[in-house]
Write a protein that binds this ligand. Structure first.
Ligand SMILES: Nc1ncnc2c1ncn2[C@@H]1O[C@H](COP(=O)(O)OP(=O)(O)OP(=O)(O)O)[C@@H](O)[C@H]1O
Length: 248
């Protein structure tokens, strides 16, 4: 699992990249962080994985954490199999070379990771992360993968017993995946995420104060101008929706 509790992040004296981000991901749950370039998705992932410290707020996570960065370091010298064997040993788990094979690794297991093609290096990066049992943090994990490997990755993510947090610019669909939007809340806007919306969507999207609404799975993400959120929430509840989150 992982819990981010009102996380804020700024680099040095720079602008705030994240403000009051709260997120709970349970074992077996998959969450995709969404939002435009530079809104803080990779930063939030690095904080979830423990690579970067938050400036404010608290993080709680399980002990066994796997992290696959957006760009795999280009200077990894050990051979691929040896690299995975060492990382598995550090984690105290057996090497899962079957993960590498399932992803269709087509490189030389005895060649330095740094010399592998982008896609094959990505498969090694993913395999090392997938050894973790509590939390998987995957930054653009489909990047560089061929279609067959991409489908296998979707299955591995969906069936993982760990909590999974990922980013994905290409909108891959993982069954049951929850989407969380970052960095789009302008001044005076309240973002309401609803579940069980069904036919109420048309009514809610037409309400006074709703500036945008779009379906997300069985729910919806609704942006409401400040001053109208109580009314929209009350109406959504009356219509049988459940409220997943409210951010302002
Ligand atoms: N190490 C760093 N030092 C200073 N600023 C940083 C650092 N890492 C990220 N930033 C800044 O933080 C902001 C958020 O970056 P981040 O990479 O988290 O966004 P992102 O949503 O993942 O972007 P993208 O979709 O382009 O990958 C950007 O303005 C970026 O320049």
């Amino acid at each position: 699992m992982v819990r981010l509790d009102r996380i804020g992040k700024r680099y040095g004296r720079g602008p705030w990249v994240l403000r009051a981000l709260s997120l709970d991901v349970a074992p077996g749950e998959v969450v995709a962080l969404r939002g435009g370039n530079g809104c803080g998705k990779s930063t939030a992932l690095r904080i979830a994985a423990g690579i970067t410290a938050p400036t404010t707020g608290r993080v709680t996570r399980g002990a066994s954490v796997g992290y696959a960065p957006e760009r795999f370091p280009t200077d990894v010298r050990p051979p691929a199999r040896e690299y995975l064997r060492r990382l598995a040993a550090v984690r105290g788990v057996p090497l899962r070379w079957d993960l590498v094979e399932a992803l269709g690794f087509a490189g030389d297991p005895d060649a330095p990771v740094a010399t592998l093609s982008k896609g094959n290096a990505q498969k090694i990066a993913l395999a090392q992360a997938l050894h973790a049992t509590d939390l998987l943090v995957l930054d653009e994990p489909w990047s560089g993968l061929d279609a067959a490997a991409g489908a296998v990755l979707g299955e591995l993510v969906a069936s993982s017993a760990a909590a999974v947090v990922l980013t994905d610019h290409h909108g891959h669909d993982v069954p049951g995946m929850r989407e969380v939007f970052l960095g789009e809340v302008g001044d005076g806007v309240v973002v309401i995420e609803l579940d069980r919306v069904g036919e109420a969507f048309a009514l809610i999207s037409g309400m006074t104060g709703v500036s945008s609404a779009r379906p997300v799975g069985a729910g919806a993400r609704v942006e409401v101008r400040a001053g109208h959120s109580d009314g929209v929430l009350a109406e959504a509840l009356r219509l049988g929706c459940s409220v997943r989150s409210v951010r302002s």
